[in-house]
Ligand binder design. Structure first.
Ligand SMILES: [Zn+2]
Length: 286
């Protein structure tokens, strides 16, 4: 999966580091990011390549010993809104690339770094002002949180929990296709946790809402951070309880079909929990 970057190690402990010459600097435009591409490999600019004051940079995380910093939203030193002149600011060979493309760039750990940085960036960008009193928010020194100096409001990074469900009926699993989305491959029933419910209750509710089925013996499989949507996904398998007649939520799904293990043609892309779960069922290894 995209967060499996072994043998590299992700360190997300919050620190107030200053960048050194070799630190990687993550710079976002709207939904795009500044990188140099060499075939499918991506490179982030190093601090020494940019003429930036360290003040507008916020430490993000490290991968092994490599430190990553974010150019904070609102700091326009490099990402001028004036796109005609933006090129003047960044070093030669670097371009802004849409964030969606970082799903499977190489090396893997840089894809993971890019989307994880995007998750943090969006949180900072969406919370520059206090939602309670309107004053400018400040970063805390000790934790990754934003603090309002006026009313004391604290805002922690937003991580939305969601579930993915492999609905199993003996040798069959229910595969779905989303309605109205670019992603056309088979997937599994999925949805966000609502306020006041456990993840197991989310599983039961989403399965009923999307395909009209009851499930039992809900068992946890694995989880995955999915930073494109700011989500923490939890994967579960559950057995069909009762009849197998599907009532499709046509706003969410265009298709839901039972597949025997031997009929499954979806392969594991090594990126998403969904695809790993489908493979695990196919190989009976879950
Ligand atoms: Zn406030």
């Amino acid at each position: 999966m995209i967060h499996d970057i072994f043998p590299k190690v992700f360190h997300n402990e919050y620190r107030s580091f200053e960048p050194d010459e070799e630190s990687s600097i993550i710079i976002f435009g709207k939904d795009e990011m500044l990188v140099k591409q060499q075939e499918e490999n991506i490179h982030f600019p190093r601090f020494r390549e940019l003429s930036l004051p360290a003040g507008g940079l916020k430490y993000l995380f490290s991968i092994d010993m490599q430190k990553f910093f974010l150019l904070m939203p609102g700091d326009s030193a490099l990402k001028s809104e004036d796109t005609d002149h933006r090129e003047d600011f960044y070093p030669e060979g670097y371009l802004f690339i849409p964030v969606g493309r970082f799903r499977d760039c190489k090396p893997r750990y840089k894809s993971f770094a890019a989307i994880t940085a995007f998750h943090v960036y969006r949180w900072y960008a969406d919370n520059r002002f206090c939602g309670r009193c309107g004053k400018i928010m400040y970063s805390d020194d000790k934790e990754r949180l934003l603090r309002c100096p006026e009313c004391g409001n604290l805002i922690y990074p937003r991580i939305s929990p969601a579930v993915i469900v492999g609905i199993v009926d003996k040798n069959r699993i229910l595969l779905t296709r989303y309605a109205g989305r670019e992603y056309r491959n088979y997937s599994l029933v999925a949805g966000f946790a609502e306020i006041g419910e456990s993840l197991e209750q989310t599983v039961e509710r989403e399965v009923m809402e999307e395909v009209g089925l009851k499930v039992k013996d809900i068992r946890y499989y694995k989880s995955q951070p999915w930073s494109f949507s700011g989500t923490l996904l939890s994967g579960f398998f559950a057995d069909l309880d009762g009849n197998d007649i599907i009532t499709l939520d046509e706003e969410e799904l265009s298709e839901a079909t039972w597949f025997d293990r031997e009929e499954i043609s979806v392969t594991d892309d090594g990126i998403s929990l969904t695809r790993e779960m489908i493979r695990a069922f196919k190989e009976n290894s879950y």
